[in-house]
Ligand binder design. Structure first.
Ligand code: AOF
Ligand code: ZN
Length: 343
């Protein structure tokens, strides 16, 4: 009996992982909607349809899968989907209606929807459909951008930094070219393209005069110190946040205000490239969701070198911020560590 329960769970998790794989086929095209995949089994347990949400405004994963069935092979079967099926009329009609109509017996979901308009689970249960949930943490991780966007009305923020093994981004005199390799810098060019916007500070622009090739760049420049001739203005569109258009908080630009403004302009993900001061301030204010850290095989060995994060005066180590590393890879001679902030 117990082994049956464990066996069924393993089967459910396998199909849910297939939903995650399908969901990711919609990556980049679905935002601000979630990535969703769906697998449908008939009553004997055979896969009869698969589907996914292909792009923003297109049919949802469940509909995409179920509409592939000419005869209703799904009757009495199981539907796997990594997000609670919707129950509202949005750009498409409610998926729960179609699931009920198709006489599915059991629905297995990855997570509850954070969209307040959705109340699919209770509708399914009311219709006599059994509902269970598996791999919730993985499902939430997959759609962490959607969750942040929907619950906070703010973009998902990833901060990129590049340091020596002892966490230094420059010497005390500001010498920093180059800490990481050519390959790492090329990886940064690729990563930038995955985001809706690059965010940087006047300090970084003045110190390094970077081009930061991107379709949209946001520069935090409280006192409008960056000159019009700066490389950053030679390409792409930009938004300069200064004390003229942004309220101040503790005498600095209110970055949360800027992020919310970007979100309202349709920017759902932000890639921050800056020095320790802005990184430290954003970390302190809880504005960073994730860190991408390139680490060069170098040790500066000088405590007066500049740190990646130069925020608070912390006396107790328990106050250090925690992350969960989810990816580590070699990029040329360097390492790239990706981690989500957890505390
Ligand atoms: C999706 N794809 O596969 C599922 C979603 O405006 P609509 O009709 O596209 O509805 C978007 C909402 O539907 C979305 O915020 C989410 O809550 C829910 N489920 N959305 O884009 C899908 N299943
Ligand atoms: Zn739906």
């Amino acid at each position: 009996m117990v082994s049956d329960v464990i066996f069924n769970r393993i089967v459910d998790e396998g199909y849910m992982r297939e939903c995650f794989r399908l969901a990711q086929k919609g990556k980049k095209r679905v935002l601000p909607n979630p990535m969703v995949g769906c697998v449908v089994l008939d009553k004997t347990g055979k896969i009869v349809a698969k589907g996914y949400h292909k792009r923003y405004g297109a049919e949802h994963a469940e509909r995409n899968a179920l509409l592939k069935l000419e005869n209703n092979e799904a009757e009495g079967g199981t539907l796997y989907v990594n997000l609670e099926p919707c129950s509202h009329y949005g750009k498409t009609p409610p998926c729960v209606n179609l699931i009920i109509e198709r006489k599915i017996k059991r629905v297995v979901i990855g997570m509850k929807d954070v969209n307040p308009k959705v109340n699919g689970i209770s509708k399914l249960i009311k219709a006599g459909i059994e509902v269970s949930m598996v791999l919730e943490n993985e499902a939430r991780f997959l759609n962490r951008v959607f969750i942040k966007n929907m619950t906070r009305q703010m973009p998902y923020v990833v901060l990129k930094t590049a340091s020596t093994m002892d966490g230094k981004i420059a010497t005390q005199t500001g010498s920093s070219k180059w800490i990481t390799s050519e390959e790492a810098r090329e990886e940064v060019y690729r990563l930038r393209k995955e985001f809706g916007c690059i965010l940087t500070s006047s300090n970084t622009v003045i110190a390094d005069n970077p081009r930061m090739e991107h379709k949209f760049k946001c520069i935090l420049d409280k006192d409008l110190r960056v000159e019009k001739e700066a490389e950053i203005f030679k390409q792409g569109k930009f938004y300069v946040a200064s004390s003229k258009n942004t309220p101040l908080k503790d005498d600095q630009l209110d970055i949360e205000y800027v992020l919310r403004k970007l979100y309202r302009r349709g920017i759902y993900t932000v890639f921050v490239e800056c020095g320790g001061t802005l990184a430290g301030a954003m970390l302190r204010e809880g504005l960073i969701d994730e860190v991408y850290q390139f680490i060069a095989p170098k040790i500066l060995n000088d405590n007066s070198g500049l740190s990646c994060f130069n925020g608070d005066n912390i006396s107790d180590i328990s106050e250090a911020r925690g992350l969960k590393f989810y990816e580590i890879k070699n990029v040329g001679p360097d390492l790239l560590i990706k981690g989500v902030l957890t505390t």
